[in-house]
Design a protein around this ligand. Structure first.
Ligand code: UDP
Length: 323
């Protein structure tokens, strides 16, 4: 029986594929390579195509004996989702529906879903727990929340067993530097800082320094991609062992400001990282920190990386090879 990883050529998907292969799993990958990379996929059987195409996706399910799906394939740029919401709703929800229809038709029951802290929007308190209100402030978060809700109806109608995993800020790379974060264009803080250290950008713009936080910059909960992937592996075995359909936050439970992250990156690289102050980015809450207790208690999950320097050190190993 195989595990299907959708978006297996993307940043998180490629780390998941590598981990599953190391665990000895039989892995099938679907990716349309629109934002993913063929050379990031460490193995398994690869099908290049559009998940939203019913005939293509159904064909993969008919050829392969797929027991479970880990669904990463989605567009994920918050800024772009504001300017092109249709692209986000069509792809993130449309492809999700096609996938779940194929699963239902082929009797595949287990789905671990890549969701996001962006489904919470502006939090009502910190740390954020899974029962807190979900009021997304951008179309990306809205598209993921819609999928969380839709999955419940597929559970009722088709017996789907699912866990949405709500990611906080994912960073880092496979520790040997063989795969890492590769977006084009890059918009995320950690890769941008490291690319600036490498002089690929002149400076990092700090999006707002007038937030109600100790140093005025936004605070986020940064989780290592390998810890995040470990959460997926554990969520899948939880589902297969009869666990109930329920969401889990994946974050370390501690927040770091943009300035603290920049200082950590300077320390790790030993290089200068020029910064400039810019306006706030629309839709950015001041503080996002997870309560990760539910995942720790229920999934027996524990992040191994608990401070930014170690996460940035792994990211740096990858980025410094990309010159
Ligand atoms: N950020 C920043 N400058 C950048 C990119 C990000 O100041 O060039 C800030 C952003 O406002 C947020 C944090 O860094 O507070 C993390 O942003 P990122 O885009 O990495 O992840 P997101 O929180 O959007 O998922």
């Amino acid at each position: 029986m195989a595990i299907l990883v959708t978006g297996g050529g993307g940043y998180i998907g490629s780390h998941c594929v590598k981990r599953l292969l190391l665990d000895g799993e039989d892995v099938v990958v679907i990716d349309d390579l629109s934002t993913g990379y063929r050379d990031a996929i460490a193995g398994g059987r690869f099908y290049e195509g559009d998940l939203a195409c019913g005939a293509f996706t159904r064909d993969v399910f008919e050829k392969e004996n797929i027991e479970a799906v880990i669904h990463f394939a989605a567009f994920s740029l918050v800024g772009e989702s504001y300017t092109n919401p249709g692209k986000y709703f069509r792809n993130n929800i449309g492809a999700g529906l096609t996938l779940m229809d194929a699963m239902a038709a082929c009797g595949c029951k287990y789905l671990v879903f890549s969701s996001t802290a962006a489904t919470y929007g502006e939090p009502c308190h910190i740390p954020i727990s899974e029962d807190d209100p979900q009021r997304p402030t951008n179309p990306y978060g809205e598209s993921k929340l819609a999928m969380e809700r839709i999955m419940r109806w597929y559970a009722l109608a088709h017996g789907l067993r699912f866990c949405p995993l709500r990611y906080f800020n994912v960073a880092g790379a496979w520790p040997d530097g063989s795969i890492g974060e590769r977006h084009s264009p890059e918009t995320h803080l950690v890769p941008l800082m490291l690319q600036t250290a490498l002089k690929l950008h002149p400076r990092v713009t700090i999006y707002g320094d007038d937030y109600d936080t100790p140093d005025g910059t936004c605070i986020r909960d940064y989780i290592h991609v390998c810890d995040l992937v470990d959460g997926h592996v554990k969520a899948l075995s939880y589902l297969v062992n009869g666990g109930e359909c329920t969401p889990f936050n994946l974050g370390i439970g501690r927040g770091f400001s943009v300035l603290e992250m920049i200082d950590a990156a300077k320390e790790v690289t030993g290089l200068s990282i020029p910064v400039t102050k810019g306006p706030r980015r629309p839709g950015d809450p001041s503080i996002l920190v997870a309560c990760g207790q539910k995942a720790m208690d229920t999934l027996d999950w524990k992040p191994r990386y608990t401070e930014p320097r170690a996460i940035i050190a792994d990211a740096w190993r990858w980025h410094s090879r990309q010159r």
